[in-house]
Ligand binder design. Structure first.
Ligand code: F3S
Length: 282
């Protein structure tokens, strides 16, 4: 059986960089307490492995405020400015693994709000990345989840605005939001801050799924980007299977298949993907 593995399967650049940074810190700083603010990646296996090596996960700002020594690693999603300030006040070493693409959004909203613009973010208001972006704004912020939400707000045409997007926001919806906003606001800067990693992973998955007999999508049950990948692949290939690890793979599914495609969500580590590839190739 031929197996086609998507090049974009698994961790994106920002997440793999963040995970590598944690392992690097572990190696360089033995005996020093190491924390990550939130799980470094939405993958239990990786988080458990790091835990077994001594990395502790801090979940709340209150817990973070109680840390007085050691190293705190900021994950790829990034955090609000006040978190850096808090850690600095407490004399804690910060290792900033914020994805450079997210960092760019922080800079943009900070500069724009300092120039007097109000900020509009297209994204999920409770997502940690969006919470982090909000924390760099110095003027009022509005978070828009869906294009149809734009009309629910009172916009002031005399004010200046800056629109950015959560890095994983849906491209077409972002374009729709821009179109609606431009009708009511004359002074708005729209910055497309959507990261291509998601789009590229989805486009490659669709392309592979349309050329194989069966498609396997690997990722956590609660991973929304994996669910999305599954839907896209299912639309192109009816024999698409969603598994979390190799244990979920039933080789019976593939018996009569000549060509199988494999992709994985953004938080699926390499070794899990490799295990599935190996079993399919047997
Ligand atoms: Fe990943 Fe950074 Fe893009 S974390 S999805 S490469 S914004």
């Amino acid at each position: 059986m031929e197996v086609v593995l998507a090049k974009t399967a698994g961790f994106c650049f920002g997440v793999s960089r963040a995970v590598e940074q944690v392992y690097e810190q572990l190696e360089k700083n033995q005996g020093v307490p190491i924390y990550t603010f939130g799980p470094i990646v939405h993958n239990e296996e990786v988080v458990e492995d790091l835990k077994s090596k001594g990395v502790q996960v801090i979940n709340t700002e209150e817990e973070l405020a109680a840390v007085e020594e050691g190293i705190v690693i900021i994950r790829a999603h990034g955090v609000a400015k006040r978190i850096y300030d808090l850690l600095e006040r407490n004399g804690v070493t910060v290792v900033d693994a914020t994805c450079p693409f997210v960092k760019k959004i922080h800079k943009k909203v900070q500069e724009s709000s300092r120039a007097g613009r109000e900020i509009i973010i297209a994204g999920n208001p409770v997502h940690p990345e969006v919470q982090g972006i909000i924390g760099w704004c110095e003027t009022p912020v509005t978070v828009i989840e869906q294009p149809e939400d734009v009309e629910r707000y009172q916009w002031d045409p005399n004010k200046e605005y800056c629109l950015v997007a959560q890095t994983t926001y849906h491209y077409q919806k972002f374009i729709n939001i821009i179109e609606i906003l431009k009708k009511v606001l004359y002074n708005i800067i729209c910055e497309n801050t959507i990261c291509n990693a998601t789009h590229e992973r989805q486009a490659e998955a669709a392309q592979i799924a349309s050329t194989v007999d069966a498609m396997i999508v690997i990722g956590g049950r609660n991973s929304s980007n994996t669910q999305k990948l599954y839907e896209i692949c299912r639309g192109k290939c009816k024999d698409t299977y969603y598994i979390q690890t190799v244990d979920g793979l039933d080789t019976g599914w593939l018996t009569s298949m000549k060509k199988v495609g494999i992709t994985a969500g953004a938080s699926t580590p390499r070794n899990i993907i490799q295990e599935v590839v190996t079993v399919c190739q047997r």
